[in-house]
Ligand binder design. Structure first.
Ligand SMILES: *Cc1c(COP(=O)(O)O)cnc(C)c1O
Length: 437
């Protein structure tokens, strides 16, 4: 599978420089992470996966599915033996599909090592990078941290051969760090961390010297493996499906939603995706055909979805540029406020005996709304992206239940000290990286 920049669309015919139209291999895309002409990497073409999705049966385990699908997707870059090794070493956890009734299922994706669905993309990226790098090369994984994502990245990369994870934190407490990672705090905000990473990768001589790439969602190697769990949900459900199939996706930066759209483009039979947002819902207007105007950032009780300008905006826009009308029939935006989120946590417990974190509850509320829509007669799969134990207080308040806290999580919450604290400038970052090695 070749990757191209979101900014390369149609440039070939415009006779632009070859650097602007070039495609790169999966290996180059995950190790360089940012195209030379700006933008983000996206697959240059999609591979038809129907022969796998339609014929795999519901007894297929997650590592088996990954080991089968990944070599077909990566066409020659990952042989079946390598793929099996990657799948086994990445996934000692697997998604769980729980059917609640004829109209509703929950796909649990919050059972990885750090309790967020991002573990699925990160675990695969770390494992496949180790496999493709071979034993002589090294890579530095530069990543901006927010919430538990830094911990997830540190966890996945620190145990891999030849990889040096460097995590960049904004001002504030630093938690749960692995002693095997280089941790740098900047006196600035999360946006500054993201900007610095882009600047460091674009300082090509510096990036080449250390083999720098990123573990953040700008890396297409995190996006691609997220299609695996959509396929997995489909093969578990296909026997019982009689009408439409819709996924309800709790969305912030829209990586998860985009992966679903790729699964559909690869041939998975699905009728649509709910882009379930909290009060930060400017994307809804865009889907309805208006220009994208980022709103003011609003703090909600589903903080991982508090995003004003989605980092995947360029990837989404490239989908819409290709086929706007089709996209409008595939993606249904919905916005759920804090109060409705709490009500959904309560309803999920009272009606189905399940505990949801607030992010998953946003998707649950949107799914209920879809099911009540006149004329809809289908099945909605709610993606449970966050672990309820991380929101034990809200869970107790809405359901009266005490969630047991997995032992691994208490380590995630331990405060740690960064190795260096610097001003939010590229020079300072490059100096700190050199001196921490
Ligand atoms: C990151 C995150 C989201 C949002 O996912 P995107 O791919 O950014 O849309 C939703 N829920 C949880 C728990 C998250 O950590």
């Amino acid at each position: 599978m070749q990757f191209r920049s979101t900014r390369s669309l149609g440039l070939k015919s415009a006779g632009l420089r070859s650097a602007d139209t070039a495609t790169v291999s999966f290996k180059d895309a995950i190790l360089n992470c940012l195209p030379a002409n700006g933008g983000l990497y996206v697959p240059d073409s999609v591979v038809d996966m129907r022969q796998y999705i339609l014929y795999m049966d519901s007894a297929t385990s997650y590592p088996e599915l990954v080991a089968t699908v990944a070599p077909a997707l990566l066409q020659g870059e990952l042989n079946p033996f390598s793929a099996a090794r990657v799948a086994e070493s990445a996934f000692d956890f697997e998604p769980q599909l729980k059917q609640l009734d004829d109209t509703l299922s929950v796909l649990t994706l919050c059972n990885g090592p750090t309790g967020v669905f991002k573990d699925y993309g990160i675990a695969f990226l770390a494992a496949v990078m180790e496999e493709l790098l071979g034993s002589t090369s090294r890579a530095m994984i530069l990543s901006a941290a927010r919430g538990d994502t830094g911990v997830s990245i540190a966890h996945a990369f620190s145990r891999r051969r030849g990889m040096v994870p460097v995590i960049i934190y904004p001002s504030g407490p630093v938690r749960g760090l692995d002693p095997n990672v280089i941790s740098i705090q900047i006196t600035g905000a999360f946006d500054d961390c993201q900007r610095l990473i882009v600047e460091a990768i674009n300082d090509r001589p510096f990036a080449e010297r250390y083999g720098i790439t990123s573990g953040n969602a700008i890396n297409p190697g995190r996006l691609l493996p997220q299609v695996f769990y959509y396929f997995y949900a489909f093969i578990k459900l296909k026997k019982i499906l009689t009408g439409e199939l819709v996924f309800s996706v709790p969305s912030g930066n829209f990586g998860n939603l985009i992966a679903g759209l790729y699964a559909w483009k690869m041939g998975m039979p699905v009728n649509g995706f709910i882009a379930a947002m909290n009060a930060n819902n400017a994307f809804g207007d865009y889907v309805k055909g208006k220009e994208f105007k980022p709103g003011k950032l609003i703090q909600t009780n589903s903080p991982a979805m508090d995003v004003s300008v989605p980092s995947n905006y360029e990837r989404l826009a490239s989908f819409y540029a290709e086929a706007p009308a089709v996209m409008r029939h595939m993606v249904y935006p919905d916005a759920i406020d804090d109060q409705a989120t709490l009500a959904a946590m309560e309803e999920a417990w009272k009606s189905y005996g399940i505990l949801l974190d607030p992010h998953s509850a946003v998707a649950f509320a949107a799914a209920r709304r879809m099911s009540r829509t006149a004329g809809f007669n289908g099945h909605v799969v709610v993606l449970a992206t966050g672990h309820p134990a991380k929101y034990a207080e809200l869970v107790a308040q809405t359901t009266g239940q005490q969630v047991p806290i997995p032992a691994a999580f208490t380590n995630l919450w331990k405060r740690t000290d960064p190795m260096a604290t610097i001003s939010p400038e590229l020079d300072a970052l490059e100096g700190a990286i050199a001196s921490c090695l």
